[in-house]
Ligand binder design. Structure first.
Ligand SMILES: Nc1ncnc2c1ncn2[C@@H]1O[C@H](COP(=O)(O)OP(=O)(O)OP(=O)(O)O)[C@@H](O)[C@H]1O
Ligand SMILES: [Mg+2]
Length: 241
């Protein structure tokens, strides 16, 4: 069965601002999930906390029932929990092939890591020898996703991997994300592109005021009065926009 990540009572403050304020959330278990919320709602902070890049002041995080909140990002990644970065974080001196191989080495010996990196590079139509600075924006996003896939993950948290893509690039990425999910990888996306969420996701969680204020299908969330107010602003609903 799929992996489950569960967080309870998460508090994360920056100065006086409580980015997360008693957040409870269960993700995975075979459902492709989205987390939506206005700019500054705390979506990236949530991914940082789940993956160990930020330490919460309070709360618990478990992966398949095992407490992980004291583990480093590297240890969590070794357990299969990885994330993409909203702002790309690659070593500019490495090629695409080296970046993917390096990620695969987290959970595989060199020969296998190289094989895996080659396969992902081909699947995502990336240039093996190129350096990150030479990549087009769409390719750079795919490299972020590829870095996650290379680690043989159980759960991938994707932070706006569709942002700034052309519609053809977004379609390609969506297909690859769905393929990974069908292959058994749990996927959680943070996205602003509603059409992507509508197409990809089984469930949507709405983050506002540091908590999940509502969860359900895309259609349910697009009609939910509290969600419409918090997220869609003055618009009546997504459909009416
Ligand atoms: N490292 C940090 N230092 C100080 N404040 C931070 C830090 N990271 C996040 N914050 C604050 O926490 C709140 C949540 O930010 P976060 O980046 O998680 O939002 P977000 O939902 O990902 O927004 P966006 O949709 O713009 O990506 C914001 O008020 C932000 O200014
Ligand atoms: Mg963010």
């Amino acid at each position: 069965m799929g992996a489950v990540i569960e967080s309870r009572g998460i508090v994360k403050a920056y100065g006086g601002v409580r980015a997360l304020n008693g957040l409870d959330l269960r993700l995975g278990g075979g459902r492709l999930s989205a987390i939506i919320g206005p700019n500054g709602a705390g979506k990236t902070t949530l991914f940082n906390v789940l993956t160990g890049f930020a330490r919460p002041e309070a709360g618990t995080i478990s992966l398949d029932g095992r407490s992980i909140e004291r583990l480093s990002p590297q240890r969590r990644a070794q357990l299969g929990l990885v994330r993409s970065f909203q702002v790309q974080q690659v070593f500019p001196a490495l090629t695409v092939g080296e970046t993917l191989t390096g990620a695969a080495l987290l959970r595989a010996p060199l020969a296998e890591a190289r094989r895996r990196a080659r396969a992902i590079c081909a699947e995502l139509e990336l240039p093996w020898e190129a350096q990150p600075a030479e990549l087009a924006p769409g390719q750079a996003r795919r490299l972020e996703f590829g870095r996650c896939l290379a680690t043989r993950p159980r759960i991938i948290l994707l932070d706006e991997v569709m942002a700034g893509l052309t519609s053809a690039e977004a379609d390609f990425m969506a297909e690859r994300v769905l393929a990974a999910h069908r292959a058994g990888v749990e996927i959680v996306v943070v996205e602003h592109v509603m059409e992507v969420i509508r197409r990809l996701c089984d469930e949507v969680h709405v983050l506002a005021g540091g908590r999940i204020i509502a969860s359900g299908t895309f259609e349910e969330m697009a009609r939910h009065p509290q969600v419409v107010e918090a997220y869609f602003g003055t618009r009546r609903s997504y459909d009416a926009a």
